[in-house]
Design a protein around this ligand. Structure first.
Ligand code: ZN
Length: 299
């Protein structure tokens, strides 16, 4: 392990809910954010400012963010895909950080956000600039970094090149996202290692989906290679509406259990996460994918 602590970004309110058939109320979303703060999350992806017709689950973005608890110690992230989204997020005055997303393939880019790969990178760079002008921070995620649902394998050189170009805009960090959960630990080790080298000095965040069961192993591989931050979602909900067969994110409780027992501190309180997951199961009305919150507590 290259480090004894990492940071977790709770993405449940955004990625966790965007693919759900059940429309979660703004009140419950707010409660989800409050519970995440209670269990120690200090960076939370609260929503996305995208076309409400395409992602109706997050159509209440403005309504939600103006009600977020006012706290100097919590960073609220709003995901945006273009200038219009960035302007909406910044206009609320309540988003601390813009999360921009570029994609490695043209086919996925067109379906997910109506942009080719290069256009998505240009938009992400523009978004970071807008965030900085507004006195906020911006970060760039490279989605489908480990594979594309339409084009298949993604060349690692392409990801490294995109990371370099993204890093030149000096975002807060560069993230590598396995949007469709096809990555495996050997690939993650190589990619995180090469991208860290390419973006010299900028922190690397990782975002894994557990579609094929390799999510937790990928987190471990990424942290071992020096990833500073890991995205996770309470209960393991999540998925991209524009990626066929997408499944949940790595669950916050499972990631925290694995890392803390492995000597990597996360700053999160596991019993409090498990309690939040039990509440959240009631909200969603069905068992959630996470394992740790359904297993007996380990004394
Ligand atoms: Zn995701």
């Amino acid at each position: 392990m290259k480090q004894s602590s990492i940071e977790i970004v709770e993405v449940g309110p955004r990625d966790g809910l965007q693919n759900e058939a059940l429309a979660v109320s703004t009140v419950d979303k707010l409660a989800l954010v409050e519970r995440a703060i209670d269990y120690g999350a200090r960076r939370i992806e609260v929503t996305s400012f995208v076309n409400p017709k395409k992602v109706p689950q997050l159509a209440d973005a403005e309504q939600l963010v103006v009600q977020l608890p006012v706290r100097g110690d919590v960073t609220y992230i709003g995901l945006v895909l273009n200038r219009r989204g960035a302007e909406r997020a910044l206009a609320t005055g309540r988003i601390d950080e813009l999360g921009a997303v570029c994609v490695t393939s043209d086919t996925f880019g067109i379906r997910n956000q109506g942009q080719s790969s290069d256009e998505s990178l240009a938009a992400a760079i523009e978004i970071v600039g807008l965030a900085k002008e507004a006195g906020r921070s911006g970060q760039i995620t490279i989605a489908t970094a480990f594979g594309c649902p339409f084009e298949g394998k993604v060349a690692i050189d392409r990801v490294v090149e995109m990371a370099k170009r993204a890093a030149a805009a000096q975002p807060r960090e560069i993230a590598l996202a396995d949007t469709i959960g096809v990555g495996v630990p050997s690939q993650v080790s190589e990619m995180v290692g090469r991208v860290r080298e390419a973006v010299a000095g900028l922190p690397v965040r990782v975002h894994f989906h557990n579609t094929r069961g390799s999510g937790l192993a990928n987190v471990w591989a990424a942290v071992a290679e020096g990833a500073a931050t890991v995205d996770a979602s309470l209960g393991g909900l999540g998925g991209c509406p524009f990626a066929p067969g997408a499944a949940g994110n790595v669950p916050t409780e499972d990631v925290v259990y694995m890392l803390e027992r492995g000597g990597v501190s996360t700053g999160l309180d596991l019993p409090a996460i498990v309690e939040a997951a039990s509440w959240f199961t009631g909200v969603m009305g069905r068992p959630l994918p996470a394992m740790v919150s359904r297993a007996p507590a380990f004394p």
